[in-house]
Design a protein around this ligand. Structure first.
Ligand code: UFG
Length: 334
């Protein structure tokens, strides 16, 4: 298949591009490099620097490449920033989806795989979380993704665009060879921040709150390897190619780990004592987020394989090889 990957220079997008190329698909990447990295884009992909919100940029890509389907990873995704700058999030995320759906309709492209998030649920009433659980986002980021999902549903019904919405929980890890990995500026995610300690880039890891109603008082999350995530995306493409109806699936391992357990696992993987310091809660953090991925298993035949040690081990390989991320100029030499 020929696939347009929007946001293919970002963390999750670049790993998906790699997986697509590995299995023989043709890949076209559109990315404005606002948060992505040019070096993260696989050399076999056809790269366009451009903005999803620009009808002209999308028209150029879609006119020059007859694509079978679109994968959409191009959204701002920092929860804290979204609270400070909600309109930045609605502009980019909601505006981007509007522009994309219009362009797909203009060019007769009718299959879409979309990265959504556990943040659409807000503070869950029951865990594991199923897809039909109440959606009540607690920040503009989650709200923007929920609006995007709804736009897809309405536009899909009217224009015949079929889609798979994948709601990710916490994603980590990197390609086994460490050639690409996670590099956010600023970094706010737990695993890369933990690994900055053994890299000598910070003296300790801060633990945001130890008074949550969990077994050790720290927040519980469901961590999934980025290549298990990519596998779900390939299956979603195949599902749509086989004529599957629009659907939405959670993606997680179905097992929760506390922040302290993650730090302990990183101590085992790196052999570093990894000092940790308990600090106050971070605003807006739910105590426990764990996915039910039963629907992804049933509908897509998907099954995650990597546990937290493998997630941390592959992330560690990436960070050790590229302590300055993509800035060192060596990253992604394949
Ligand atoms: N944490 C720390 N110290 C840190 C960084 C994080 O204790 O230095 C804690 C957080 O408080 C949280 C857990 O580690 O309890 C995980 O935090 P992340 O920032 O890595 O991930 P989140 O669970 O906040 O965010 C993830 C995705 C978001 C998505 C959200 C859904 O990264 O895109 O889940 O709630 F919106």
């Amino acid at each position: 298949m020929r696939i347009l990957v929007i946001g293919g220079a970002g963390y999750i997008g670049s790993h998906n591009v790699h997986a697509l190329i590995e299995r023989g698909d043709e890949v076209v990447v559109l990315d404005n490099l606002a948060t992505g990295h040019r070096q993260a884009v696989h050399p076999a992909a056809r790269f366009y620097e451009g903005d999803l919100r620009s009808a002209a940029d999308l028209d150029k890509v879609l006119a020059e490449n007859r694509v079978d389907a679109v994968m959409h990873f191009a959204a701002f995704s920092l929860v804290g920033e979204s609270v400070q700058k909600p309109l930045k999030y609605f502009n980019n995320n909601v505006g981007g989806m509007m522009s994309l759906l219009e362009a797909m309709e203009r060019h007769g492209v009718d299959r879409l795989v979309f990265s959504s998030t556990a943040a659409v649920y807000g503070e869950p009433k029951t865990v594991p979380i199923v897809e039909d659980a109440e959606k009540d986002p607690t920040n503009p980021y989650g709200e923007s993704k929920l609006i995007m999902e709804r736009m897809m549903r309405w536009a899909g019904q009217a224009c015949g665009i079929r889609s798979v919405i994948l709601r990710y929980f916490n994603v980590g890890g990197a390609l086994e060879d460490g050639s690409i990995g996670e590099d956010h500026r600023p970094e706010s995610h737990l695993i890369p921040l933990i690994l900055q300690v053994p890299l000598g880039r910070r003296p300790h890891i801060s633990i945001f709150g130890d008074d949550y109603p969990t077994q050790d008082g720290t927040c519980i999350r469901d961590y999934l390897h980025v290549m298990d995530l990519a596998d779900a995306h390939l299956r979603a493409l195949d599902y749509l190619a086989a004529g599957g109806e629009s659907t939405v699936c959670n993606l997680g391992n179905g097992q929760g780990f506390s922040v302290l357990e993650m730090v302990e696992a990183a101590r085992r993987v790196t052999g570093h004592p990894l000092p940790a310091k308990i600090e106050g809660r971070r605003a807006g953090d739910p105590a426990r987020l764990v996915a039910s991925s039963d629907r992804a298993k049933a509908v897509l035949g998907w099954q995650p394989h990597a546990g937290i040690e493998e997630i941390i081990r592959t992330a560690w390989t990436w960070h050790q090889k590229h302590p300055a991320g993509f800035e060192d100029g060596q990253a992604a030499k394949r």
